[in-house]
Design a protein around this ligand. Structure first.
Ligand code: PRP
Ligand code: ZN
Length: 220
């Protein structure tokens, strides 16, 4: 049987991107990446890497342009389609989606959000959360630098990803409610791969699991 190649979409730059490079290196998959090259072939594995904007990755996988993708769990929740599935969680890029306000205002409970405006890059997740908590607030969608919003009067509150908490701190913001937890995940379409691709995916997963296990045992 002629083995086909797999293609995988990764974030072009950012925290997730760096961690993905480390993962593939630990998996023994070699590639020569130059800074602006957006399509790179692995040298010793049937895998093509496509470097894209993270928001575009669910669509690339859903439309069959890429077989696999690595994204934050939060992005899959936001994209909200049942045609994609999680192949495995990857244990890195752990973060939380939280609500935060400026130090100068008080917000003790979710009910205090009534009548407020909230800036976020995750309007669907936030809207679901507000509905579940019977809160009426205005959602302002931003595609980055969300922490800027309260300081310049775009919104009262923010709902954004928090990892170390440094960005919140540097922008005078106080986290007051976690609404979702997230980590890096490997995604694919629900549909089964042909055998030729499934064999490669199994081989890749075996290596990824080995790396994850080795990492877990380091912490025990
Ligand atoms: C992410 C996230 C937060 C920050 C959290 O932003 O949206 O702003 O990192 O990390 P921290 O808690 O460790 O400071 P990113 O760097 O991706 O920039 P962007 O949101 O402007 O795209
Ligand atoms: Zn940000």
């Amino acid at each position: 049987m002629q083995l086909q190649k797999l293609s995988i979409a990764l974030q072009k730059s950012g925290k997730l991107s760096d961690a993905c490079m480390v993962l593939f290196e630990k998996c023994g998959i070699k590639m020569k990446v130059s800074k602006n090259q957006l399509l790179v072939q692995a040298e010793n594995f049937g895998l093509d890497f496509i470097f894209a904007r993270d928001d575009d990755i669910p669509g690339l996988v859903e439309n069959g342009i890429c077989d696999l993708g690595i994204i934050g769990e939060n992005l899959l929740q936001e994209y909200n389609v049942d045609t994609l599935k999680i192949v495995t969680k990857l244990g890195f890029a752990k973060c939380r989606l939280s609500l935060a306000h400026l130090k100068t205002i008080t917000c003790h409970s979710v009910k205090d959000l009534n009548g407020k405006s909230i800036a976020t890059s995750y309007p669907k997740i936030l809207s679901k959360f507000l509905t579940e908590n019977q809160v009426k607030a205005k959602i302002v969608t931003m595609h980055g630098s969300v922490e800027l919003a309260p300081q310049i009067g775009i919104a009262d509150i923010i709902c954004d990803l928090v990892s170390s908490g440094a960005t919140l701190k540097e922008n005078g913001l106080v986290e007051f409610k976690v609404i979702a937890e997230s980590e890096a995940i490997l995604i694919k379409k629900q549909d089964n791969f042909p055998d030729s691709k499934q064999i490669l995916l199994d081989k890749l997963l075996l290596r990824i699991k080995g790396v994850l296990q080795a990492e877990q045992s380091r912490y025990i």
